[in-house]
Design a protein around this ligand. Structure first.
Ligand code: SF4
Length: 472
């Protein structure tokens, strides 16, 4: 079945998906974070910023702020978070976070303005209203933000932690986009993942967000959770469509209990089978597209008028650590434990434990623990993967204009591998374009993996346990 013909359509072919499903990266970065190197630290990050300054960069900036705390654990969670009811820990964290923001603010002083802000976690609304207000003021003291009408200032919220008043307060503090974790409206599923969140609570928060003037409301859903059935998913989708969010992120639950301890609380017997999971995905795509949502790519849907869909039509979409984003050219400064920055031709990640994060800041250093400086080949492959992920097509001549290569020679082996996908009807290749067909769109990660040089390279730290989720 092909859905939604006005915009990039997506076609669900269970046989091909079954044949090609494998583990693979989500390409929120290229090279992927598991290839970051330990010998990249604070010094290399400073060099990257100095490089930007030398080029007198006035490129726009994105800012990510990570709040790692959660009140309770959701069993499916694979995030880097700290579950504690001791809210005094947040006060200590905020002190250090503000130190880091001071340092980053000084480094980037006089460079581009912040056009995009994203608060993620953990649970950003774990912070009290007063703490959040204080933190936002601090950010504004250290960075220059474009006015509300031009900037995208978003926050992930857990509807269980916010009141209607708090939603209005978040808007007054400068946020204009809001993303709500829902996952599933079914009470049985919610019980099985330890996230009881009554529908009325979620709807009240959404209504408040609209009344407060948030410009985009996004909902996160997950398919493949324990106790999910086709019938329960139909009902959840009825409720989601009725709630009418602007964007929907539909994530595939990756059951990797060897990597994520909370997932060991999920009984294997409660999980839908691989076949049911595919049916659930097909159902979600069919219902969301029929309700007028555009399939953006991978796990994202948006209303045709939403900025994400508009950016895709205009070729401005990019992928970053928050998924799809509309500011392709921005450098990303990330603050907080485990947060990843993308500045110039580098990625750098902060220390992953609070102790190590605090220790580096106590020493007066930015808490960078690892990262990577991209070489020309990385940059070239990054742009190829980005274009395919975001636009489902790649102009070969635009790559040849930007890089001193002959595409068919440089990527001869990759083009050869793509032929198998072409035979399956997933891509079309001609001398000018590589185009992903509607049938190939759900398998975009597989297609991009062809261009990932690192997948065929041995890791310096030896073989690793399976760390990627299934591509579909
Ligand atoms: S899913 Fe979100 S709220 Fe739940 S434990 Fe993970 S980070 Fe916290």
């Amino acid at each position: 079945m092909t859905m939604n013909t006005a915009f990039p359509a997506v076609e669900f072919d269970a046989e091909i998906i079954g044949k090609l499903s494998q583990s693979g990266p989500r390409y929120t970065s290229y090279p992927t974070a598991d290839r970051f190197q330990q010998d990249f630290g604070y010094g290399q990050f400073l060099e990257a910023v100095a490089g930007l300054r030398m080029r007198r960069s006035q490129r726009p900036l994105s800012l990510y702020v990570h709040i790692p705390f959660c009140d309770t654990i959701c069993y499916y969670c694979g995030c880097n978070k700290i579950v504690t009811k001791d809210h005094s820990k947040a006060a200590t964290y905020l002190g250090y976070l503000k130190q880091e923001i001071d340092m980053q603010g000084r480094l980037f002083a006089g460079m581009g303005q912040i056009e995009q802000l994203h608060f993620g976690g953990g649970t950003p609304t774990y912070l009290s209203d007063r703490q959040m207000g204080d933190l936002m003021t601090h950010l504004h003291e250290n960075f220059s933000f474009v006015p509300d009408a031009q900037g995208e200032y978003s926050i992930e919220i857990d509807p269980r932690t916010v009141s209607v008043d708090r939603v209005h307060s978040l808007r007054a503090q400068g946020f204009n986009r809001i993303s709500l974790g829902v996952q599933d409206f079914d009470p049985e599923v919610q019980k099985a993942v330890n996230r009881i969140q009554p529908e009325a609570e979620t709807r009240a928060v959404m209504d408040a967000a609209r009344a407060a003037g948030f410009r985009s409301i996004s909902i996160d859903l997950i398919y493949g959770l324990p106790k999910q059935t086709m019938a329960s998913m139909e009902q959840t989708l009825d409720k989601v469509i009725d709630a009418d969010p602007d964007r929907i992120a539909l994530y595939n639950y990756a059951h990797l209990p060897h990597l994520f301890k909370p997932q060991r609380r999920i009984a294997d017997a409660d999980l839908p089978t691989a076949a049911v999971k595919l049916d659930l995905l097909a159902l979600c795509i069919r219902r969301l597209c029929a309700a007028g949502y555009v399939y953006i790519g991978m796990d994202h849907f948006a209303k045709p008028g939403d900025e994400l869909a508009v950016a895709q039509r205009q070729g401005r979409l990019q992928r970053n650590f928050q998924g799809y984003s509309t500011r392709a050219e921005a450098d990303l400064i990330s603050c907080g434990v485990s947060a990843i920055s993308a500045v110039g031709a580098t990625y750098s990640q902060n220390e992953k434990t609070l102790e190590a994060y605090y220790e580096k800041l106590d020493d007066g250093k930015l808490p960078v623990t690892r990262g990577i400086k991209l070489d020309t080949d990385d940059l070239l492959r990054r742009i190829v993967i980005q274009k395919l992920m975001c636009n489902f097509e790649l102009s070969i001549s635009s790559i040849e204009q930007a890089y001193p290569i002959r595409f068919p020679l440089y990527f001869a082996a990759e083009l050869e591998k793509l032929k198998a996908f072409e035979d399956d009807g997933l891509v079309q290749i001609d001398p000018q374009w590589i185009s992903v067909t509607p049938k190939g769109r759900l398998l975009i990660r597989n297609i991009c993996m062809v261009f990932d040089r690192y997948l065929s390279m041995p890791r310096v730290d030896g073989p690793q346990p399976l760390r990627y989720s299934k591509t579909i």
